[in-house]
Design a protein around this ligand. Structure first.
Ligand SMILES: Nc1ncnc2c1ncn2[C@@H]1O[C@H](COP(=O)(O)OP(=O)(O)O)[C@@H](O)[C@H]1O
Ligand SMILES: [Mg+2]
Length: 247
């Protein structure tokens, strides 16, 4: 499959209360690849991830400089349509956060908001397809009207992935998506992530080095707001060019 630059940061900086959290990030992230962001706590991984769909806009005194391009368009330009940006760039969080609704309505919600169906049959079909895509359908097909909170943690996280997928994003951001899960649920999610790259560009934050090695094509190592290293994951994990990464 042909790959191209889906996301590009050009001297991108981010600040909270004028204190710098990301320093001159320059990176090209490729389509249909899984890119892992690794690095110690507080190094700016989440700040970078959340900058990619302008989630940080919700934080008072957050500001940026430089450029962050998605499909060659600077998403921090004044005329950016935030709603369509967030439709294109979906997000999955560390703790599964289903809505207090039924399994079916968790998925149907985005389709209703974006008016993405004409009749009930189409709505049902899209809910079913996204639950299948998130490898959850077989486990929930008889319980669609049950509360999402009745699911296990791992199932809830796959539900949140299905909820992100149903509105047809192009990029999926995941911030430590398995941090709260047991090893078996984690393995299921990792397998799912590997499958999803066929159709999506995935950027995943993880503080688990083994996870980065297992799932990602590219890895970038952040430290104190700076991008220290970026390369194919196999290279980063066998022969890092920077002493800090090696350590
Ligand atoms: N809402 C916020 N207000 C002020 N400072 C913040 C906020 N969120 C993060 N920071 C600071 O920005 C830096 C990077 O944080 P973060 O991106 O959350 O790191 P990571 O995800 O790598 O642990 C840290 O120094 C953190 O204290
Ligand atoms: Mg974080």
């Amino acid at each position: 499959m042909e790959t191209f630059t889906k996301i590009e940061a050009k001297n991108f900086c981010a600040y909270y209360n004028n204190k710098i959290a990301l320093k001159n990030i320059n990176i090209k992230i490729y389509s249909n690849k899984i890119t892992a962001i690794i690095g110690p706590s507080g190094c700016g991984k989440s700040t970078f991830l959340r900058s990619l769909n302008r989630m940080n806009d919700l934080i008072e005194n957050f500001s940026t400089s430089g450029e962050l391009l998605v499909d060659n368009v600077n998403i921090y330009a004044k005329d950016t349509d935030i709603i369509s940006l967030r439709k294109k760039v979906g997000m999955v969080f560390q703790k599964p956060n289903p809505f207090p609704k039924s399994i079916f309505e968790n998925i149907a919600y985005g389709l209703r908001i974006h008016k993405m169906f004409k009749n009930y049959d189409e709505l049902y079909m899209k809910v079913e397809n996204s639950l299948k895509e998130a490898a959850l359908w077989d486990e929930v097909k008889d319980d669609l009207n049950k509360s999402a909170f009745d699911l296990s943690g791992g199932q809830q996280q796959r539900l949140c992935i299905a909820r992100a997928l149903v509105i047809k994003p192009e990029i999926i951001l995941m911030d430590e998506p398995t941090a709260s899960l047991d090893p078996i649920s984690t393995a299921k999610i990792e397998e799912l992530i590997r499958k999803l790259k066929e159709h999506y560009t995935i950027v995943i934050v993880t503080h688990n080095m083994q996870q980065a090695a297992r799932v990602s094509d590219y890895s970038t190592f952040f430290m104190q707001g700076e991008m220290i290293e970026y390369d194919e994951t196999t290279k980063i994990f066998t022969a890092p060019s920077n002493k800090l990464t090696e350590e």
